[in-house]
Design a protein around this ligand. Structure first.
Ligand SMILES: [Zn+2]
Length: 238
């Protein structure tokens, strides 16, 4: 019998809002993603990876674009494993370096896609809309062994495959923080920037969710590159 315990913790600290979701599967043969009658065969929640050649190419591509990252290669957590992982610390852009807080672990291929969005879109759009350089992206979860919507028995989330990231806020060079979860009192220009960031992400990721999509995404953007059909042409852009 499966027992699973999840602890969702949203901590607002003096200078940082961080979203962390800790999930722990307990008991032998624990599963996260039970799907239909064959669930017993799917005891291991999720394994995802890249070939050595693809990983090598991905890592050298990121390095050539001056990203700062670690190469743990394989990372695992409570029944989920990704091989071909990186921990992304900084993305270099024409407008300066953008720190990715918490140095999240992710599949290198996802890191490359995310870095491209930061470099090609997020940095220039932030400067254009806010008149300040983008200094930091406050990321919540990237790799995390959990089911979609944290619903036990559901299929593994793209987070379990290292193919997703959550973003709580964007920090400008002048230290101003633009939270994805907007308050009525927030500057309309910030809303426009967030809208632009979200819409452009749809060109880079196959799933883009955020406030208004559903109750689970009221406080952050979720981007992933999961396949929703036979081809990557089908996208969820909300
Ligand atoms: Zn997410």
């Amino acid at each position: 019998m499966m027992r699973r315990r999840c602890l969702r913790e949203t901590a607002a600290r003096a200078a940082l809002i961080s979203i962390s979701i800790l999930c722990q599967a307990s008991g032998a043969g624990s599963v996260l993603g039970q799907v239909g009658p064959s669930a017993k065969d799917k005891a291991l929640v999720s394994v995802n990876g890249m070939s050595d050649a693809d990983y090598g190419e991905c890592v050298s591509d990121l390095a050539s674009k001056k990203a700062v990252f670690e190469q743990p290669r394989a990372v695992s957590e409570a029944g989920c494993q990704i091989s071909g992982a990186i921990k992304l610390a900084t993305v270099a852009t024409s407008f300066g370096d953008v720190v990715i807080s918490g140095k999240p672990a992710m599949l290198c291929s996802f890191g490359r896609q995310f870095s491209a969005w930061v470099r090609e879109v997020a940095a220039p759009l932030t400067l254009a809309y806010a008149g300040q350089k983008l200094a930091e992206i406050e990321a919540g979860q990237s790799f995390a062994c959990r089911a979609r919507y944290d619903k036990p028995g559901s299929v593994p989330s793209e987070h379990a495959k290292g193919d997703a990231i959550d973003i709580a806020s964007f920090v400008l060079a002048n230290k101003r923080r633009i939270n994805v979860k907007q308050q009525a009192s927030d500057n309309p220009g910030e809303r426009d920037l967030l809208h632009a960031l979200r819409m452009t992400a749809c060109g880079y990721f196959t799933t883009v969710l955020g406030p208004g999509s559903d109750p689970a995404h009221e406080s952050h953007f979720h981007f992933d590159t999961g396949l929703h059909g036979a081809t990557p042409n089908y996208r969820i852009c909300e």
